[in-house]
Design a protein around this ligand. Structure first.
Ligand code: AMP
Length: 218
């Protein structure tokens, strides 16, 4: 299966994609995780990306397209993949379509993970993440706290608060989503690919909605 996730920041894409990737044994390609890793490594793309990310704006299309071209061309993607965070605007969606045609692949389904705006802000500002790239676990101070405060349950790394999860940047990220990414729901809807999933509630509950929509067994 080639699955693409759409959803506002805080809708729970990362959490659900990780669970689904594990269940279906598919690679999970998260543009945000890739960019944060590039920032940490101090690569040319990372240095360029950081200033956009810190403001809640989209990083230049070329950076993302190059990144995904490299990943999607890998042999291990032949069994399928889960795209999380790419594409984020119409030019990226068109580039993805060209790329998939070149690779003789196509999207199976686009999941639109839907949540109310109030919930999004609460979810993002309380989010804490494990910065270990082999783990990348996600917690929430209220809804899903780690057992020991500030420490990852899985790998014991100190948790961090993403710099773009601060309230002043969150507002811009939500606006960027509404203006540039939301139109993709119609773009893929016109291709008959979109399934909308209710993203409100506990992570396991949302996951059940997701597997039902995908018609795979929970
Ligand atoms: P995320 O972790 O998906 O919320 O992404 C964090 C930040 O990375 C976003 O606010 C953007 O600045 C940047 N980013 C992630 N994916 C993309 C993309 N497909 N195009 C441009 N910028 C992106």
């Amino acid at each position: 299966m080639q699955i693409l996730f759409l959803g506002a920041p805080g809708a729970g894409k990362g959490t659900q994609c990780k669970k689904l990737a594990e269940k279906l044994s598919l690679p999970h390609l998260s543009s945000g995780d890739m960019l944060r890793e590039a920032v940490k490594q101090g690569t040319k793309a990372g240095i360029e990306a950081k200033s956009f990310m810190d403001k809640g704006l989209l990083v230049t299309d070329d950076v993302l397209i190059k990144m995904f071209k490299e990943f999607l061309s890998k042999k291990e993607m032949d069994k399928g993949f889960i795209l999380d965070g790419f594409p984020r605007n119409l030019p990226q969606a068109e580039s993805l379509s060209t790329l998939l045609t070149e690779l003789s692949k196509k999207l199976t389904v686009v999941i639109n993970l839907q949540t109310s705006d109030d919930l999004l802000v609460d979810r993002i500002t309380g989010r804490r993440v494990c910065p270990n790239k082999e783990c990348n676990a996600v917690y929430h101070i209220k809804y899903f706290p780690s057992q020991k405060e500030g420490v990852c349950d899985k790998c014991q790394t100190e948790l961090s608060h993403r710099s773009d999860d601060k309230p002043e940047v969150v507002k811009q990220r939500l606006q960027t989503y509404a203006e540039q990414t939301e139109p993709l729901i119609k773009y893929y809807g016109d291709q008959g690919l979109v399934k909308t999933v209710n993203g409100e509630g506990e992570a396991d509950e949302v996951f059940n909605n997701l597997v039902k929509a995908l018609q795979v067994t929970a």
